[in-house]
Design a protein around this ligand. Structure first.
Ligand code: FPP
Length: 246
């Protein structure tokens, strides 16, 4: 397999589990279970094919408002995933981390998450980040509170605040911003996922629901990304050459 230009960081909004299940007259949790299987396939493929960072929106800040049965089912699924996946993560040298307000997760999930994070810490393969109880506005709010406390303590002045300082106080402080954000199942919005970090990300939307997402679809998203001209607010190299008559 040749991979000319691999995005360093890919982030995925895994949407459509419920609709996929409904289309098959199955309960929503059946869709989430099928989605967890796809998480395994895509993670292993990404790690083996040279992606450095993969971030998955597994449970949003807003998902707590879903029916108790669904929330409990998702937490159970997450626990099972962490339990079963530890060996595969170690084998593929994948480092696990998480972003979001982990305090809200059940103690059993939090404990297991911490133990898998510890076991995989320092591995030199891909970094897999699960966004759990994550909301971008909540993340920015928590960052502002941390900065506010430093001001209140007299350690910094309000005018010391700059984008770098804000970034250092976000949950993602030790990773680069996503180059490519994929969203499955037809919706074309960010839904509070990495709003600060996605300032210059490329987006790829597909109608395929997450449980039907495949390695081929993942590669299609990367191929599309490779056709994009990322300018970060500047003129493209070809345009500059044209203007300068080179
Ligand atoms: C969106 O589908 C998906 C979620 C709310 C959770 C994502 C969870 C998984 C992929 C499985 C568990 C994850 C791990 C890491 C083991 P939806 O329910 O919003 O679908 P709908 O929009 O069709 O209703």
């Amino acid at each position: 397999m040749t991979h000319s230009k691999r995005p360093k960081h890919i982030a995925i909004i895994m949407d459509g589990n419920g609709r996929w299940a409904k289309a098959q007259s199955e309960p929503r949790l059946y869709g989430h279970r099928a989605g967890a299987k796809v998480v395994r396939e895509i993670t292993t493929h990404a790690a083996k094919s040279g992606i450095a960072y993969l971030t998955l929106y597994a449970f949003s800040h807003e998902n707590w408002k879903r029916p108790t049965e669904e929330v409990e089912g998702l937490m159970k699924l997450l626990w099972e995933y962490l339990k079963q996946e530890k060996a595969t993560l170690l084998k593929n040298r994948i480092q696990l981390s998480s972003i979001g307000n982990a305090q809200r997760l059940p103690l059993t999930v939090r404990t297991l998450l911490a133990s898998v994070q510890k076991a995989t810490q320092g591995l030199n393969g891909m970094r897999l980040t699960l966004a759990l109880s994550y909301g971008g506005q909540d993340e920015i709010t928590r960052a502002m509170q941390k900065i506010g406390q430093k001001i209140a303590a007299g350690h910094i002045q309000p005018e010391d605040i700059n984008p770098q300082m804000i970034e250092q106080n976000l949950d993602t402080h030790d990773m680069p911003p996503p180059d490519l954000i994929i969203r499955t199942s037809g919706e074309q919005r960010l839904s509070n996922f990495l709003p600060w970090q996605s300032a210059y990300s490329e987006f790829y939307f597909t109608d395929v629901p997450w449980p039907a997402f495949t390695v081929d679809e993942f590669e299609k998203a990367i191929a599309t990304y490779n056709l994009r001209d990322r300018r970060y607010g500047q003129a493209s190299a070809s345009h500059i050459q044209l203007v300068q008559g080179q």
